[in-house]
Write a protein that binds this ligand. Structure first.
Ligand code: VGL
Ligand code: ZN
Length: 233
Protein backbone atom coordinates (compact mmCIF):
# COMPACT_ATOMS: atom_id res chain seq x y z
CA UNK A 1 0.00 0.00 0.00
CA UNK A 2 1.18 3.55 -0.75
CA UNK A 3 -0.25 6.83 0.45
CA UNK A 4 -0.65 8.97 -2.65
CA UNK A 5 -2.60 8.01 -5.72
CA UNK A 6 0.07 8.27 -8.40
CA UNK A 7 -2.42 9.34 -11.06
CA UNK A 8 -4.35 11.90 -9.00
CA UNK A 9 -1.22 13.85 -8.11
CA UNK A 10 -0.42 14.63 -11.74
CA UNK A 11 -3.45 16.84 -12.19
CA UNK A 12 -2.43 18.98 -9.28
CA UNK A 13 1.17 19.40 -10.29
CA UNK A 14 0.71 19.66 -14.03
CA UNK A 15 3.91 21.18 -15.30
CA UNK A 16 5.60 21.47 -11.93
CA UNK A 17 7.51 18.25 -12.32
CA UNK A 18 6.25 15.95 -9.59
CA UNK A 19 6.73 12.51 -11.05
CA UNK A 20 3.88 10.08 -10.53
CA UNK A 21 6.47 7.47 -9.62
CA UNK A 22 7.77 9.58 -6.72
CA UNK A 23 4.28 10.13 -5.37
CA UNK A 24 3.51 6.43 -5.62
CA UNK A 25 6.49 5.49 -3.45
CA UNK A 26 5.35 6.92 -0.11
CA UNK A 27 4.87 4.05 2.34
CA UNK A 28 2.54 4.61 5.32
CA UNK A 29 5.33 3.73 7.77
CA UNK A 30 7.50 6.59 6.50
CA UNK A 31 4.82 9.30 6.61
CA UNK A 32 3.01 11.27 9.28
CA UNK A 33 -0.23 13.20 9.28
CA UNK A 34 0.12 16.48 11.20
CA UNK A 35 -3.18 17.86 12.51
CA UNK A 36 -2.61 21.52 13.37
CA UNK A 37 -4.65 23.34 16.03
CA UNK A 38 -8.08 21.78 15.50
CA UNK A 39 -9.17 23.24 18.83
CA UNK A 40 -12.36 24.82 20.09
CA UNK A 41 -10.75 28.30 19.97
CA UNK A 42 -10.44 28.08 16.17
CA UNK A 43 -13.89 26.57 15.58
CA UNK A 44 -17.22 28.37 15.38
CA UNK A 45 -18.03 29.77 18.83
CA UNK A 46 -14.34 29.89 19.79
CA UNK A 47 -12.29 32.97 20.67
CA UNK A 48 -10.46 33.09 17.31
CA UNK A 49 -12.92 31.24 15.09
CA UNK A 50 -11.70 30.44 11.58
CA UNK A 51 -14.47 30.63 8.99
CA UNK A 52 -15.58 27.09 8.11
CA UNK A 53 -13.06 25.67 10.59
CA UNK A 54 -15.20 22.69 11.62
CA UNK A 55 -15.41 21.59 7.97
CA UNK A 56 -11.86 20.23 8.21
CA UNK A 57 -12.86 17.66 10.84
CA UNK A 58 -14.70 15.13 8.63
CA UNK A 59 -11.95 15.44 6.01
CA UNK A 60 -9.21 14.76 8.57
CA UNK A 61 -11.20 11.88 10.11
CA UNK A 62 -11.52 10.35 6.64
CA UNK A 63 -7.72 10.59 6.06
CA UNK A 64 -6.66 9.35 9.49
CA UNK A 65 -7.07 5.56 8.97
CA UNK A 66 -4.47 5.71 6.16
CA UNK A 67 -1.78 6.89 8.60
CA UNK A 68 0.31 4.86 11.02
CA UNK A 69 1.68 8.07 12.56
CA UNK A 70 -0.35 11.13 13.50
CA UNK A 71 0.88 14.20 15.38
CA UNK A 72 -1.57 16.71 16.84
CA UNK A 73 -0.65 20.29 17.72
CA UNK A 74 -2.31 22.48 20.30
CA UNK A 75 -1.99 26.26 20.59
CA UNK A 76 -1.46 26.63 24.34
CA UNK A 77 -1.05 30.21 25.48
CA UNK A 78 -0.49 31.68 28.90
CA UNK A 79 -2.92 34.33 30.12
CA UNK A 80 -1.51 37.73 29.12
CA UNK A 81 0.43 36.19 26.24
CA UNK A 82 2.63 38.40 24.02
CA UNK A 83 0.46 37.55 20.99
CA UNK A 84 -2.69 38.94 22.62
CA UNK A 85 -3.73 42.52 21.74
CA UNK A 86 -5.12 42.82 25.28
CA UNK A 87 -1.55 42.63 26.62
CA UNK A 88 -0.73 46.09 25.18
CA UNK A 89 -2.41 49.40 25.88
CA UNK A 90 -3.79 51.03 22.73
CA UNK A 91 -3.62 47.88 20.59
CA UNK A 92 -6.54 46.13 18.94
CA UNK A 93 -6.77 42.58 17.60
CA UNK A 94 -5.33 42.11 14.10
CA UNK A 95 -2.93 45.05 14.47
CA UNK A 96 0.79 44.29 14.77
CA UNK A 97 3.61 45.11 17.16
CA UNK A 98 7.37 44.70 17.10
CA UNK A 99 8.79 42.07 19.44
CA UNK A 100 12.41 40.95 19.87
CA UNK A 101 12.02 38.31 17.17
CA UNK A 102 10.21 40.54 14.66
CA UNK A 103 6.69 41.62 13.71
CA UNK A 104 3.94 39.97 15.71
CA UNK A 105 0.28 39.98 14.65
CA UNK A 106 -1.88 40.67 17.70
CA UNK A 107 -4.83 38.35 18.24
CA UNK A 108 -7.86 38.27 20.48
CA UNK A 109 -7.14 36.31 23.67
CA UNK A 110 -7.36 32.67 22.51
CA UNK A 111 -6.45 29.09 23.42
CA UNK A 112 -5.55 29.88 27.03
CA UNK A 113 -4.04 26.88 28.83
CA UNK A 114 -6.52 24.76 30.73
CA UNK A 115 -9.67 26.37 29.33
CA UNK A 116 -12.37 24.54 27.35
CA UNK A 117 -11.54 26.93 24.49
CA UNK A 118 -8.04 25.42 24.23
CA UNK A 119 -9.19 21.79 24.08
CA UNK A 120 -8.54 19.78 20.96
CA UNK A 121 -11.89 19.11 19.27
CA UNK A 122 -13.59 16.00 20.63
CA UNK A 123 -14.99 15.41 17.15
CA UNK A 124 -11.56 14.39 15.80
CA UNK A 125 -11.13 10.63 15.44
CA UNK A 126 -7.41 9.90 15.27
CA UNK A 127 -6.71 6.35 16.42
CA UNK A 128 -2.96 6.44 15.72
CA UNK A 129 -2.24 9.90 17.20
CA UNK A 130 0.41 9.45 19.90
CA UNK A 131 1.99 12.87 20.28
CA UNK A 132 0.52 16.27 21.06
CA UNK A 133 2.87 19.19 20.55
CA UNK A 134 1.85 22.18 22.63
CA UNK A 135 3.13 25.51 21.42
CA UNK A 136 2.95 29.19 22.29
CA UNK A 137 3.36 28.51 26.01
CA UNK A 138 6.31 30.87 26.49
CA UNK A 139 4.60 34.06 27.61
CA UNK A 140 6.92 36.38 25.67
CA UNK A 141 7.03 34.43 22.40
CA UNK A 142 4.53 33.06 19.90
CA UNK A 143 4.85 29.80 17.96
CA UNK A 144 2.81 29.28 14.83
CA UNK A 145 5.06 26.41 13.77
CA UNK A 146 4.99 22.95 15.31
CA UNK A 147 8.78 22.75 14.76
CA UNK A 148 10.20 25.94 16.21
CA UNK A 149 9.05 29.03 18.06
CA UNK A 150 8.90 32.53 16.58
CA UNK A 151 12.55 33.29 17.42
CA UNK A 152 13.46 30.63 14.81
CA UNK A 153 15.82 29.14 17.41
CA UNK A 154 13.79 27.36 20.09
CA UNK A 155 12.99 23.87 18.82
CA UNK A 156 9.91 21.91 19.89
CA UNK A 157 11.68 18.59 19.25
CA UNK A 158 9.19 17.49 16.58
CA UNK A 159 11.83 17.16 13.84
CA UNK A 160 13.89 14.83 16.02
CA UNK A 161 10.82 12.82 17.01
CA UNK A 162 9.79 12.28 13.40
CA UNK A 163 13.32 11.44 12.26
CA UNK A 164 13.80 8.96 15.11
CA UNK A 165 10.70 7.17 13.84
CA UNK A 166 11.95 6.97 10.26
CA UNK A 167 9.49 9.50 8.89
CA UNK A 168 10.45 11.22 5.65
CA UNK A 169 7.15 12.73 4.48
CA UNK A 170 4.53 14.79 6.31
CA UNK A 171 0.99 15.68 5.31
CA UNK A 172 -0.16 18.89 7.01
CA UNK A 173 -3.83 19.61 7.78
CA UNK A 174 -5.81 21.81 10.17
CA UNK A 175 -6.05 25.49 11.11
CA UNK A 176 -5.22 28.00 9.98
CA UNK A 177 -3.83 27.52 6.45
CA UNK A 178 -2.09 30.89 6.38
CA UNK A 179 -0.57 30.83 9.87
CA UNK A 180 0.09 27.66 11.83
CA UNK A 181 -0.36 25.28 8.88
CA UNK A 182 1.90 27.31 6.57
CA UNK A 183 4.64 27.89 9.16
CA UNK A 184 4.58 24.21 10.13
CA UNK A 185 4.78 23.12 6.48
CA UNK A 186 7.68 25.47 5.69
CA UNK A 187 9.63 24.50 8.81
CA UNK A 188 9.09 20.84 7.93
CA UNK A 189 10.76 21.55 4.57
CA UNK A 190 13.59 23.34 6.37
CA UNK A 191 14.05 20.23 8.55
CA UNK A 192 14.39 18.12 5.40
CA UNK A 193 10.97 16.47 5.09
CA UNK A 194 8.92 16.06 1.95
CA UNK A 195 5.79 18.09 2.66
CA UNK A 196 2.23 18.02 1.38
CA UNK A 197 -0.49 20.44 2.50
CA UNK A 198 -3.94 18.92 2.03
CA UNK A 199 -5.83 22.02 1.00
CA UNK A 200 -9.40 20.87 1.65
CA UNK A 201 -8.34 19.72 5.14
CA UNK A 202 -7.43 23.34 6.02
CA UNK A 203 -9.26 26.66 6.41
CA UNK A 204 -7.68 30.12 6.53
CA UNK A 205 -7.91 33.32 8.56
CA UNK A 206 -6.95 35.38 5.44
CA UNK A 207 -5.85 38.63 7.03
CA UNK A 208 -4.85 41.30 4.46
CA UNK A 209 -4.05 38.78 1.73
CA UNK A 210 -2.23 36.39 4.05
CA UNK A 211 -3.68 33.28 2.41
CA UNK A 212 -2.40 34.03 -1.11
CA UNK A 213 0.95 35.10 0.36
CA UNK A 214 1.23 31.87 2.34
CA UNK A 215 0.57 29.64 -0.69
CA UNK A 216 3.18 31.59 -2.63
CA UNK A 217 5.78 31.22 0.12
CA UNK A 218 4.97 27.53 0.54
CA UNK A 219 5.35 26.93 -3.20
CA UNK A 220 8.75 28.66 -3.12
CA UNK A 221 9.84 26.19 -0.42
CA UNK A 222 8.57 23.25 -2.50
CA UNK A 223 5.66 22.47 -0.23
CA UNK A 224 3.25 20.48 -2.39
CA UNK A 225 -0.41 21.43 -2.46
CA UNK A 226 -2.79 18.49 -2.78
CA UNK A 227 -6.41 17.53 -2.17
CA UNK A 228 -7.66 14.82 0.19
CA UNK A 229 -8.88 12.83 -2.82
CA UNK A 230 -5.20 12.37 -3.81
CA UNK A 231 -4.60 10.23 -0.72
CA UNK A 232 -5.33 6.50 -0.84
CA UNK A 233 -7.84 5.42 1.77
C1 VGL B 1 -3.01 30.48 14.92
C2 VGL B 1 -3.19 32.76 15.07
C3 VGL B 1 -2.81 32.73 16.39
C4 VGL B 1 -3.16 29.26 14.06
C5 VGL B 1 -2.62 30.43 16.23
O1 VGL B 1 -3.37 28.16 14.62
O2 VGL B 1 -3.08 29.40 12.82
N1 VGL B 1 -3.28 31.65 14.34
N2 VGL B 1 -2.53 31.55 16.96
ZN1 ZN C 1 -2.15 31.48 19.02
Amino acid sequence: RTLLKSTAALGFFGGTGLAASAAGKIKPGTAALIVVDVQNCFLEGGTLAVKGGAEVIPVINRLAPAFENIVVTQDWHTAGHASFASSYSGKKPFETTQLKYGTQVLWPDHCVQGTADAEVSQALKLPTAQLIIRKGFHKDMDSYSAFEEADHKTATGLAGYLKARGIKTVFVTGLATDFCVAWTAMDARKAGFEVYVVEDATRAIDLNGSLAAAWKQMAAQKVKRIHSADIES
